[in-house]
Design a protein around this ligand. Sequence first.
Ligand SMILES: Nc1ncnc2c1ncn2[C@@H]1O[C@H](COP(=O)(O)O)[C@@H](O)[C@H]1OP(=O)(O)O
Ligand SMILES: [Mg+2]
Ligand SMILES: [Mg+2]
Ligand SMILES: [Mg+2]
Length: 299
Amino acid sequence: MALMRTMSACVAVAEKAGGVLRDIMTSGNLGIIDKGGINNLQTLADKKAQLLIVSSLMKHSPKATIIGEEDDVDYTTEEAKSLITLDTSSDVLQHSCPESLAHINEEDLVIWVDPLDGTKEYTEGRKQDVTVLIGIAAHGEAVAGVIYQPWYEVQGKETGRTLWGVVGLGAFGFNRQPVPEGRKIITTTRSHMQQSVQDAIDSCKPDKLIQIGGSGSKCILVIEGLADAYLFASPGTKKWDTCAGEAIIKALGGKMTDVFGNPIHYGADVSYPNKTGVLAAMRDFDFYVSKIPANIMDR
Ligand SMILES: Nc1ncnc2c1ncn2[C@@H]1O[C@H](COP(=O)(O)O)[C@@H](O)[C@H]1OP(=O)(O)O
Ligand SMILES: [Mg+2]
Ligand SMILES: [Mg+2]
Ligand SMILES: [Mg+2]
C-alpha cells in the first residue's frame, strides 16, 4: 500500500507544480539561466516547481529517496515551507495496489522528479511540449509514474491533463487511438538533434518523423498511439526524464530501454545520464532494436 499512498501524493503535487509553470509563464518573467552544454536551460519555473514537489514529497513520504533535476534548490527556506502541500489524488487512492507491488515499503521507493520537462520549449512559448514528470522506482525498476501536461487543450481551453499509471494496475487519463498494423511513426528530439540520432532513425525507415521537445511529450505520443516509437540515439536525457514515461508505457504493456534494448536502472545510486539513449514502443519493439547499428553511439 505504501506505493499507492506515495503515488497519490505524486499525482497531486505534479498538478500543483503545473500551476506554478502556468503562473510563471503568465507573469512573463521566466528568469532564464544557461546551465551549460547544448540547450540546457533553467528558469524560475524549474526551481519553484521542484521546490514545491520535493518539499511536499519529503514531508508526505519521508522515508523515500527523492532525486530532482535541479541541484541548486534550498528546501530549508520559508518559501519552501509555504509551498508544501499534503494533498493526495482520490483517483489514485480508489485503486488497490497490484499484488506484485504490495510488499514494497516507503523506504524502497526512489522518486525521480523533473519539475519542468521541455525547458527549452518553455522558454520559446511551445507550451504543448512541456510536462511535469514524477516517476517512482522500486528495486531499480520504474513501477509508477505521472505526466502532467499543463497546457493540454480540451475544446480550445487549456485545461491541462494528468496521465498516470502503475505497472500491474494499468494507466489512466488519455485516449489511445487504434493503430494500423505495421505503421512506423517515430518521434524524436527537436532541440538536441545530431548525426547518431538521425542515423538510427534512418535505419528504421519510418513512415513519418515527429520532432517535438521534451521526453514526457514524446512518451505521450507513444501512449496515445500517435507515434509508434520514441527513439533518441544519443546521451542527453537523464533518469528523471524517462522514469515516469517508462512506468506508464510498461503499465500499458509497452517497453522502454536504451537504444540497444538494455533495461534502464533507476536505483538510488545509479548515474543520472541515460548514456546509451532511449527507445520506447508499445509494439514491434524488437524490430526497432534490430535496426540500431551496434556502433551508433561511437559516431
Ligand atoms: N543535451 C541535453 N542537455 C540537457 N538536457 C537534455 C539534453 N538532451 C535532452 N535533455 C533533457 O531531455 C528532454 C528531452 O530531450 P529532447 O527534447 O531533446 O528530446 C529535454 O527536454 C531535457 O529535459 P529538461 O527540459 O527537463 O532539461
Ligand atoms: Mg533541464
Ligand atoms: Mg527533462
Ligand atoms: Mg527539467
